[in-house]
Design a protein around this ligand. Structure first.
Ligand SMILES: [Zn+2]
Length: 148
């Protein structure tokens, strides 16, 4: 009698779970989310205040320009006013952009996707988030993005 070599069922069942794509990494467990929620709230309040101040400034400059004789071509005052207004507009655009970033970070925090680099999926160090709570990339990826 020949023994049939029964192929022993080799235990190949892998227990490795499906890895999550970096974009869906969860907020690191050791991150103090309550602290960052407070920090984001604070920064959002500051950004809104800044925008309100800039809007008031722009209105003031615009009104002041109306009061001065309309001789922009020759009046040095006139060009100063428009330069000032352009500066205020640039500051306003920057402040609005940072408010959008902060609000977006708040959504990520609520969704449990905060504090993870949106590019490489590594946790963003808490020290970096304390300085830039709206950061969506780790230092290395942010630096690489700036070089592009
Ligand atoms: Zn990264």
């Amino acid at each position: 009698m020949t023994r049939r070599a029964t192929a022993a069922p080799r235990s190949t069942s892998s227990t490795a779970g499906t890895p999550l794509p970096p974009a869906q990494q969860a907020t690191p467990n050791d991150l103090d989310t309550a602290f960052f929620a407070g920090l984001l709230d604070e920064r959002i309040g500051q950004a809104r205040e800044k925008i309100a101040v800039l809007l008031a400034d722009i209105r003031e400059v615009t009104l002041a320009a109306k009061d001065t004789p309309a001789d922009d071509e020759h009046d040095p005052e006139g060009s100063t006013v428009s330069v000032e207004r352009n500066n205020e507009m640039a500051l306003l655009a920057a402040a609005e952009e940072s408010l959008v970033e902060l609000l977006d970070a708040q959504v990520r925090l609520e969704d449990g996707r905060y504090g993870v680099c949106g590019n490489c999926g590594n946790p963003i160090p808490a020290e970096r988030l304390e300085i830039r709570p709206e950061a969506r990339f780790c230092v290395a990826c942010a630096a690489a993005a700036r070089r592009r």
